[in-house]
Design a protein. Structure first.
Length: 212
């Protein structure tokens, strides 16, 4: 099983270059608020040396015109819907020409929300993340991987599975063993400070994934 790697919450061009040098598959920039949020211009600059890695933009609940502007201007390979991640939002993004749409599915006590079946049919990938107090992911905390794996067993899936939430070099192998994802998504787990990636932790994370 080849598990792909996404480094997210990137705020510096140097960190993107380090991620690419390590052979990561996806590099992500956040437009959904928080300490790692970046403007359109900043994102374009940060991602200018992304090489063969696919560029992911993480969005809150943007208007369709705004989403299209960001995707085409940076440009981005993937739009990850973080705020409004409903099947309706996925289809709306497709309607404006976004070619690859990821939807975030917040996990609560190991269980999935009611529209999980539909999301796995309409999105290109579904990102499992820990539900925060605001109802969204991005908490930097892990969820119950074994319980989530049991919940997924009854969900017919066409979309790829992405696992996020509290992953680190020390626990990512365990998450992979439980959920067998297509992609693992890390941000704070490889940082020395919010938005500042640690090259040693990044390297250890990649080694852990490849050894899993």
């Amino acid at each position: 099983m080849h598990v792909r790697i996404k480094f997210c919450g990137l705020t510096r061009a140097d960190d993107v270059e380090a991620a690419v040098a390590l052979g990561c598959d996806y590099v992500g920039v956040i437009f959904a608020g928080g300490p790692r949020n970046r403007t359109l211009g900043e994102a374009a600059s940060i991602l200018r040396h992304s090489g063969s890695a696919r560029r992911v933009g993480v969005f809150g609940a943007p208007h369709a015109t705004e989403l299209n502007h960001y995707v085409t201007s940076v440009p981005l390979s993937v739009a990850q819907l973080h705020g409004d991640s409903s099947p309706k939002a996925v289809m709306a993004a497709r309607a404006i020409g976004v070619t690859e749409v990821w939807s975030v599915l917040a996990v609560v006590d190991g269980s999935l929300r009611g529209d999980a079946h539909e999301l796995f049919q309409c999105a290109d990938a579904v990102v499992l993340d820990t539900k925060g107090a605001n109802g969204l992911g991005g908490t930097g905390r892990s969820f119950d991987w074994a319980a989530a794996a049991a919940a997924l067993a009854s969900v017919p899936r066409q979309a790829r599975l992405v696992v996020a939430g509290g992953l680190t070099p020390d626990n990512v192998a365990q998450a992979i063993a439980h959920l067998k994802p297509d992609v693992v998504d890390v941000s704070s787990g490889v940082e020395s400070a919010p938005g500042v990636k640690d090259p040693i932790l990044m390297s250890r994370f990649v080694e852990a994934v490849r050894s899993a």
